[in-house]
Design a protein. Structure first.
Length: 205
């Protein structure tokens, strides 16, 4: 059976590598491995998100949904050093890499956690409210699973807080935009580049 980046315990043989995230305001060297999302380079959608979003709130708890090996969460933490940043994922290999990358890059205000399942107790840190949510969401888990995932975490946003998602148009960005609006989450497309849409949304009123 093929291994997917959203598997809890990837079966792909380990082959570690290093990638670089270089932005005007930060420079990170990140350990990666097979069996995680975009192990050979920083995904273009992730880069566009980080180049597009406004600065995160400088306090409160900030969330990276589907953190992988940590580029978005680490960028949030460096841009908001007084905030608490939380990255969540189902992939245990990715979470181990993210923790290693936080330590290697001396980013103390971030932690990484396994995404709780429907029957799991929820760590108080993961209950919110979140002052911001940034995500390159796991589109390939399937529409119903994705909608359940987004509903769960968007409903934990603080009043007035924004979530920013990056999704490629060929992976359903526009239909996701329509679904968010129809489901009661006010959503705007705030940027579009190289086929990627940056969607900004809020919790349901």
């Amino acid at each position: 059976m093929a291994s997917h980046y959203f598997d809890s315990d990837p079966t792909a043989p380990s082959r570690t590598a290093t990638v670089t995230l270089l932005l005007p305001d930060l420079h990170l060297r990140l350990a990666t491995d097979r069996g995680v999302f975009s192990p050979d380079r920083i995904d273009l959608g992730t880069r566009i998100l980080l180049e597009t979003v406004p600065p995160p709130p400088d306090h409160g708890t900030l969330l990276d949904l589907g953190c992988g090996y940590g580029p978005i969460a680490l960028a949030m933490a460096l841009r908001a050093p007084k905030a608490t940043v939380v990255g969540i994922d189902t992939n245990q290999r990715a979470l181990a890499l993210a923790r290693r990358n936080a330590k290697a890059n001396a980013v103390p205000n971030v932690s990484f956690h396994r995404a709780p399942g429907p029957e799991d107790p929820v760590d108080p840190l993961l209950r919110g409210p979140f002052a911001a949510l940034w995500s390159n969401p796991p589109i390939r888990i399937g529409k119903q699973a994705l909608h359940t995932l987004l509903t769960t975490w968007l409903d934990r946003l603080a009043d007035g807080a924004y979530a920013h998602f990056v999704v490629h148009k060929h992976l359903g960005a526009d239909s996701l935009h329509r679904w968010l609006d129809a489901s009661g989450y006010p959503t705007d497309r705030v940027a579009s580049r190289a086929g990627y849409r940056i969607l900004r949304t809020m919790r349901r009123p």
